[in-house]
Write a protein that binds this ligand. Structure first.
Ligand SMILES: N[C@@H](CCC(=O)N[C@@H](CS)C(=O)NCC(=O)O)C(=O)O
Length: 203
């Protein structure tokens, strides 16, 4: 299996999950400005017409895209790890509920902050909206170790990856004590440390 990624991008979520699962994979770095593979200069649009990461090349040669779909595919390779609940269970729908929230409310909520053409007022509106989501997460995590309770799941890999962008954009998580503690807890996991190291994000 191949994972197409860019350091610190949303592709970090499947990268963390691959390390959690201990599945064999090759990580292929994409230059997102040039839309080319860093090592070979190959045109990334020829690999993934969407042009964005993550994408995974499966052993049958097919390509799977979209973070939420990739995370579910990966976790289903090793159901015994509990990174995702059994198909048809209510727990699984709860995890999908989180994946959808993270994708549409957090991941895409950050988009205006990455856009250099976005006026400052637009960025401020996006920040206000994100802060509402942070407050909700903070409340949820007040009595939980992870989003689903005591167990780390694919939703945590995705949430951590996206919330990590707060530091880059200098959004202070200090007022969200439970969320801040959660970020530290997830960052300390061997899979997350290994991913940060592999993506050359670790100090
Ligand atoms: N809907 C996609 C969005 C992926 C996405 O936003 N990828 C960003 C990095 S976090 C990217 O590659 N942007 C570069 C581009 O769109 O050209 C998903 O959920 O996987």
């Amino acid at each position: 299996m191949k994972l197409y990624y860019s350091p610190g991008a949303c592709s970090m979520a499947p990268h963390i999950v691959l390390n959690e699962l201990g599945l064999p994979y090759e990580a292929v770095e994409v230059d997102l400005k040039a839309h080319k593979l860093v090592k070979t200069g190959e045109d990334y649009y020829r690999i993934n017409p969407k042009g964005y990461v993550p994408a995974i090349r499966l052993d049958d040669g097919s390509l799977l895209t979209e973070v939420a779909a990739i995370l579910q595919y990966l976790a289903d390779r090793k159901p015994e790890t509990g990174l995702l609940a059994a198909p048809g269970s209510m727990e699984r729908y709860r995890i999908i509920e989180w994946l959808t929230f993270i994708s549409s409310e957090l991941h895409k909520g950050f988009s205006p902050l990455w856009n250099p053409a976005m006026p400052e007022a637009g960025k401020q509106l996006a920040i206000e909206r994100l802060k509402q989501r942070f407050a909700l997460l903070d409340q949820h995590l007040a009595d939980k170790e992870f989003l689903m309770g005591p167990k780390f799941t694919v939703a945590d890999a995705y949430a951590y990856t996206i919330l990590n962008w707060s530091y880059f954009h200098k959004l202070d998580l200090g007022t969200y004590k439970h969320l801040q503690a959660y970020m530290k807890r997830v960052a300390a996991r061997p899979s997350v440390r290994a991913t940060a190291h592999a993506e050359k994000l670790a100090a």
